[in-house]
Design a protein around this ligand. Structure first.
Ligand code: PMP
Length: 444
């Protein structure tokens, strides 16, 4: 009660809005895929602090590397040349294909996407940005315009209402790629346009072409896409969609940005980066969350040309690429490699997906199970025929029950109709069995 009183009085009330659970979780300790509350109760964490704790809470290897750096040097800013940053940039770019070799380190995913927008605009000289319904790219003033799946309702802040809040028709997910209720594409032009660009057109590429036709083709700066939508509820795109979209964007002078904040670092199992699953090569890749296993760090990686356009302007951030953050992130990369984390995502993720599909076939209210590796979305519906989203009260009941039985999962989707499973990537099949038993019981 005392903590909740402090939360009410001394934390911005927005924190109350985002608080999960009627009886909130008072988290005290974490180890790998587990979290303990202040009363010593253990939970299997299948949400990883919003898909962020990549190699496990307080992973001993990462903790040891961090402790070492804590004793050596915490902070200098980029005004001095410290080895951790440079060694990390080299290590990170060794995992990306040519010509994605130039890194700028940030503190978050929002900052990374904000800078990616800026880089794209400086490089192309254009302004328009295209993104998806259901997308989440950040919460800064610029990136909330990219974010369609958004609780960000600030008519005053976005001033023109040019973005998400004006787009009531939203994309719910392709239902195995075969259905789409509404347009998946949204555009933002600039902050003085009159309306959101709600393209209520046909499907997929057709919609994108339509978006171009109604936008100003010569002004496209960038196309942002999450290889699999995270907040959207693990929404996947049809095969070849990204390939074709990238082509269309480039023909119109824009650059393509892959937001790997959730899909990167092996989470999809088949590849280290989500974009590789679409067989495309982005011009800019943004990352955060899993990069630091919970330590604040993000990155924008791009080509030498785009990086040069950015450098013609000027940029500085105090904390980006701090020795501490780089030591953590470097050790995360080592751990992913040494512990076969990507392979684990594939093996355990495939098992989870297969077993969840059985539950989907069994229960009328599980509309869809989708995703890849350990990024999985479970779309809940009133019934399979109508595909109407399961109402919030029913979603809430299941969600609370699952927690009461000792498992933490996430929520998402444009209607809050999807459960999200994006655990620390070290979970085991045994953990999956425990979750399945719990989820099955909760649904019943
Ligand atoms: N991109 C994606 C795909 C995200 O899921 C998020 C966060 N949910 C962000 C960007 C923003 O990252 P951050 O919260 O670190 O600013």
């Amino acid at each position: 009660e005392r903590l909740m009183e402090i939360r009410r009085q001394n934390c911005n009330p927005v924190t109350m809005k985002i608080t999960y659970y009627k009886k909130p979780l008072f988290a005290h300790q974490g180890f790998m895929q587990w979290i303990w509350d202040v009363d010593g109760r253990r939970y299997l964490d299948l949400f990883a602090g919003v898909a962020t704790v990549s190699v496990g809470h307080c992973n001993p290897k990462v903790t040891a590397a961090t402790a070492e750096q804590l004793k050596t040097l915490w902070h200098t800013t980029n005004i001095y040349v410290h080895p951790t940053l440079h060694e990390y940039c080299e290590k990170l770019t060794s995992l990306l294909p040519d010509p994605l070799k130039v890194v700028y380190l940030t503190n978050s995913g929002s900052e990374a996407n904000d800078l990616a927008m800026l880089m794209a605009r400086l490089h192309t000289g254009n302004f328009d940005i295209i993104t998806f319904r259901g997308s989440y790219h950040g919460g800064t003033q610029q990136t909330m315009g990219l974010t369609s799946n958004s609780p960000y309702k600030y008519p005053a802040a976005t001033s023109s209402g040019c973005t998400n809040t004006m787009c009531p028709d939203v994309f719910r997910g392709p239902w195995g790629g075969s259905h789409c209720r509404d347009s998946p594409v949204q555009t933002i032009r600039d902050c003085s346009c009159a309306q959101g660009q709600c393209m209520a057109n046909e499907k997929y590429i057709g919609q994108l072409k339509e978006t171009f036709a109604t936008s100003v083709p010569s002004r496209i700066a960038a196309f942002f896409g999450e290889p699999i939508q995270g907040m959207g509820g693990a929404v996947q795109y049809p095969k070849n969609y990204f390939k074709e979209a990238y082509k269309l964007v480039r023909e119109r002078g824009g650059v393509c940005v892959a937001d790997e904040v959730q899909t990167g670092f092996g989470r999809t199992g088949t590849h280290f980066w989500g974009f590789q699953g679409h067989e495309v090569l982005p011009d800019i890749v943004t990352m955060a969350k899993g990069i630091g296993n919970g330590f604040p760090i993000g990155a924008v990686v791009t080509t030498p040309e785009i990086a040069a356009a950015f450098a013609k302007a000027y940029h500085f951030n105090t904390f980006g690429g701090s020795p501490l953050a780089c030591a953590v992130a470097s050790s995360v990369l080592d751990t992913i490699k040494e512990d076969g984390i990507q392979q684990n995502c594939l093996t355990v993720g495939t098992y989870l997906m297969t077993e969840m599909a059985k539950l989907r076939d069994k229960y009328e209210i599980i509309g869809d199970v989708r995703g890849k590796g350990l990024q999985i979305g479970v779309e809940m519906v009133t019934d399979k025929a109508s595909r109407d989203p399961l109402p919030p009260e029913a979603m809430g009941e299941i969600f609370e029950d699952v927690k009461d039985m000792g498992v933490l999962i996430g929520k998402g989707g444009l209607y809050g109709q999807a459960f999200r499973i994006q655990p620390p990537m070290c979970i085991t099949k045994q953990d999956v069995d425990f979750f399945l038993a719990v989820f099955n019981k909760a649904i019943q």
